[in-house]
Ligand binder design. Structure first.
Ligand SMILES: *[C@@H]1O[C@H](CO)[C@@H](O)[C@H](O)[C@H]1NC(C)=O
Ligand SMILES: *[C@@H]1O[C@H](CO)[C@@H](O)[C@H](O)[C@H]1NC(C)=O
Ligand SMILES: *[C@@H]1O[C@H](CO)[C@@H](O)[C@H](O)[C@H]1NC(C)=O
Length: 228
């Protein structure tokens, strides 16, 4: 009888202990987006973001005939960091993540970062960021949440965007620019901001004919105006 009561109590208590910590989809106020006051390139929305992401990946560059690296797209995994907001780790999460990413070998597959950050940080993946060829033959950034996380299976959970604002990183020229992107297709967001960047810049020169390089970087990505 004692054993049964104990088991009953233990089982009754399980849901409280077994419920995983909420790591995804926390509400975050509009004030999350802080830009330098003396600039006009980035215009923060007055609304709260729909998604707050951490991007971990690579910026790709090809070597021009003039011996300078030119941007050639990127690939990053995006993680939900909304529930870190209002915790001490939020402000520098891009630096913490970069330190982890930078210790992994150059051969490490970017897609495998999902497993790394799930086990180390308990992060849920939101989706992927990569570039697609646009109608004019150039590259357009795409943020694709159609096959990962809560939006998996929703064919509209993506946004293709175009750059409307570009600010050299306030943390210095070693970090890629902060960007404001406006959506041109998809329902994931009407605007995307890339801020709090860490690394990702190419070397200052290259030997013409040398192959594409991938430079590791991290950043926060804020998504606004989702109509999913
Ligand atoms: C903005 O202010 C920062 C910090 O005071 C300074 O480093 C930067 O040069 C300023 N930028 C412009 C465009 O004035
Ligand atoms: C960038 O490089 C990575 C490998 O480092 C690759 O997976 C990705 O497809 C590349 N993207 C583009 C647009 O070249
Ligand atoms: C980008 O989108 C914002 C929000 O809808 C809008 O206010 C702004 O005018 C757009 N910028 C451009 C260059 O279209």
């Amino acid at each position: 009888m004692f054993a049964l009561s104990f088991l009953t109590i233990a089982l009754a208590a399980v849901p409280a202990f077994a419920a995983p910590a909420r790591i995804t989809g926390c509400p975050v106020p509009s004030s999350v987006l802080q830009v330098p006051t003396n600039q006009t390139q980035l215009v923060p929305p007055t609304t709260a973001p729909s998604y707050v992401g951490l991007g971990v990946g690579v910026q790709n560059y090809t070597c021009s005939a003039a011996g300078a690296y030119v941007t050639a797209g990127a690939y990053a995994e995006l993680f939900d960091i909304s529930c870190l907001y209002n915790t001490p780790s939020f402000a520098n999460i891009q630096n913490d993540a970069y330190n982890i990413w930078n210790q992994l070998p150059a051969s490490f597959n970017v897609a495998s970062l999902i497993g790394v950050f799930r086990s180390l940080k308990n992060f849920d993946a939101l989706g992927q960021h990569y570039f697609i060829t646009n109608a004019a033959g150039g590259l357009s950034p795409k943020f694709d949440f159609t096959s990962t996380g809560k939006t998996s299976g929703n064919p509209n959970a993506y946004v293709v965007a175009a750059k409307v604002g570009d600010l050299p990183s306030p943390t210095g020229p070693q970090d890629v620019d902060w960007l404001e992107l406006n959506g041109t297709a998809g329902k994931l967001a009407s605007q995307v901001f890339r801020v709090n960047t860490k690394a990702g810049q190419p070397p200052s020169s290259c030997t013409p004919g040398s192959p594409l390089i991938s430079v590791k970087y991290t950043a926060k990505y804020l998504f606004y105006g989702s109509t999913l």
